[in-house]
Ligand binder design. Structure first.
Ligand SMILES: [Cu+2]
Length: 126
């Protein structure tokens, strides 16, 4: 009984450690930050990067996203080229990913998906 409890505690501690390690890796380490996409949206609408960071866009759905500079405003696409942000026009196939950057200029930049209305991502570089 006592021994089983200790064994279970060890397994639980190991799982927590593993989980912590995975969380650490998917966060903002080594200048690479990931943002995920579902079938019609980003799973978050703002991401903050440090100058020089790369941004990885991960498509978790079997659909195509086409990411470009600009944003959706009232369901109308508004292409824009912002100073300090390189031109972005990337097609991301289903369950694929794309790496953007490095983002070398501080500022607030707008990315959107030309396929899906309201699919906006605000990139804040500090
Ligand atoms: Cu899209």
């Amino acid at each position: 009984m006592g021994r089983t409890f200790i064994l279970r505690s060890s397994i639980a501690a190991l799982l927590i450690l593993l989980l912590a390690a995975c969380t650490f890796q998917s966060g903002s380490t080594q200048g690479v930050t990931a943002v995920h996409m579902s079938d019609s949206d980003f799973t978050q609408h703002t991401v903050t990067l440090n100058k020089g960071d790369m941004l990885v866009l991960i498509n978790d759905a079997p659909v195509i996203h086409i990411i470009a500079n600009g944003s959706w405003v009232n369901n109308i696409p508004q292409p824009a080229q912002e100073n300090g942000l390189p031109e972005v026009h990337v097609t991301i196939a289903g369950n694929d990913s794309a790496t953007l950057g490095p983002f070398n200029t501080a500022g607030t930049f707008h990315l959107y998906c030309t396929v899906h209305p309201a699919m906006n991502l605000l990139v804040i570089v500090i």
